[in-house]
Design a protein around this ligand. Structure first.
Ligand SMILES: O=C([O-])C(=O)C[C@H](O)[C@@H](O)C(=O)[O-]
Ligand SMILES: [Mg+2]
Length: 429
């Protein structure tokens, strides 16, 4: 009689194994240069949050989102609601989070809370199945994701304040066209970007047009964008659109509101883009009716995660709208998620925004996987998001958060410390 050998079948994790057992929400603070925008200037520290989700069988998934005390409260409510749910049940997670959040909260905040957990769940799904997040989203339609150089007017340093010394950085001052061109040259030589976005709304529009013209002269043929974050009236926006005809691939949020944007779009030669007037699915219908925008800047943090961002892409295709990607000050967990979703979204028609050149040196992700080559980031090939958390760095940035006692981003209040008469009333010109 011959003894038969039984090879045990590879064990497949069960629903119980993949149930969420533990969620850690870690607020962090990391350094940021004095970047100027239409409502003030970036503070020396950015408040952000790292989410770690764990399953019964010990898998770990990561998420990242913007911070603030309200966000932390909502994240805690969301985390309580999804304990015990399988990480494959992201629709159920979304429903439970929506039920747990204050009924008065708008679509934007609800989507932001769910998004942080959805990214972590997809990260774990990838580890559990041996797949990348982009594969879970349908697979890549591009192996590398192009980003644009995100330029800001900026001060040379954070001025000395409250007995603390001034904080300098490697970027230097950029307060005029020559400074902006210098900044673009440095950023493009380090990252290789192939398109440029200038954050405007800081100086009178004629000066910002001069900066765009200087960029055009310095970088012939490179696609350019200008984003004054609604600092201009309809009339001023129409004038700027005429002056920049042939110079911009799109003009982003020149004026507030769907109606105002529609009035500008009716006469502008270039497409109008937004991350301010169409920021949730419920805004799309009216935006299309009014012809307010021709390009939507998606952002998985605000559109309810990676799957909903792909759905946004499908809607943009349906209505003949372009799709680009918005960013806020962020680290590598967000960057990895942006890269996976952008790689898996056929409708993406423009290079994505990123603040990473301003903040990436602070990263909580171990180096190696997320690198800019010729302005693009290759899609990580490891399972899930394909990144690894640097726990020492996380602990350091958490300590920094505790020491700083931050509650919310306040670009305007920080500006008023130096320019007391400053107001953030928009449109300004
Ligand atoms: O495209 C945008 O509107 C942004 O990137 C918003 C950001 O808050 C930007 O204005 C900033 O970092 O100051
Ligand atoms: Mg914008």
């Amino acid at each position: 009689m011959t003894a038969s050998t039984t090879v045990p079948a590879p064990s497949t994790p069960t629903a119980t194994d993949l149930a969420i057992t533990d969620i850690t929400i870690t607020p962090i603070a990391f350094s940021d240069p004095p970047l100027l925008n239409a409502v003030g200037v970036h503070e020396p520290l950015v408040h952000r949050v790292v989410i770690e989700v764990r399953t019964a069988n010990g898998l770990l998934g990561l998420g990242e989102c913007s911070g603030g005390s309200t966000r932390l409260k909502n994240l805690a409510a969301g985390a309580n609601a999804i304990k015990g749910v399988s990480i494959f049940e992201t629709s159920r997670m979304e429903q439970l989070i929506n039920q747990a959040l204050d009924p008065g909260l708008g679509a934007f905040e609800r989507a932001a809370v769910f998004s942080a957990f959805e990214v972590a769940a997809l990260d774990i799904q990838g580890h559990a199945t041996g797949r990348t997040v982009s594969e879970l989203l349908g697979g890549t339609v591009r192996d590398e994701v192009p980003f644009s150089a995100y330029l800001f007017y900026k001060w040379a340093e954070h001025p000395a304040l409250d007995g603390k010394p001034a904080i300098t950085d490697d970027w230097g001052e950029a307060l005029d066209p020559a400074g902006i061109v210098r900044q673009a040259q440095k950023m493009i030589s380090e990252y290789g970007f192939k398109s440029i976005k200038l954050k405007g709304g800081v100086f009178p529009p004629a000066q910002e047009i001069e900066a765009i013209q200087a960029l055009r002269d310095a970088f012939p043929g490179m696609p350019l964008r200008l984003d004054p974050n609604t600092a201009w009236t309809v009339e001023t926006s129409r004038w700027v659109a005429r002056e920049t005809e042939g110079l911009l691939e799109y003009l982003e949020d020149p004026t507030p509101g769907l109606e105002g944007m529609g009035e500008v779009a009716a006469t502008a030669a270039m497409p109008l883009a937004t991350n301010m007037c169409v920021v949730a699915f419920e805004h799309i219908r009216r935006g299309v009716e009014l012809g307010s925008v021709q390009v939507i800047l998606g952002d998985h943090h605000y559109w309810g995660g990676l799957r909903h961002t792909r759905e946004l892409g499908a809607i943009c295709e349906t209505f003949g709208l372009g799709l680009s990607m918005h960013s806020n000050s962020h680290l590598g967990i967000s960057l990895a998620a942006m890269v996976h979703v952008a790689a898996a979204t056929p409708a993406l028609t423009y290079a994505c925004d990123t603040h990473y050149p301003w903040n990436g040196h602070n990263d909580v992700v171990k180096p190696g996987t997320l690198r800019f080559v010729d302005g693009s980031v290759r899609v990580p090939t490891g399972t899930g998001l394909g990144i690894e958390l640097d726990r020492e760095k996380l602990a350091e940035l958490h300590r920094q958060y505790l020491d700083a006692r931050m509650t919310a981003r306040d670009d305007t209040g920080y500006m008023q410390r130096f320019v007391p008469e400053y107001t953030a009333d928009l449109p300004r010109w």
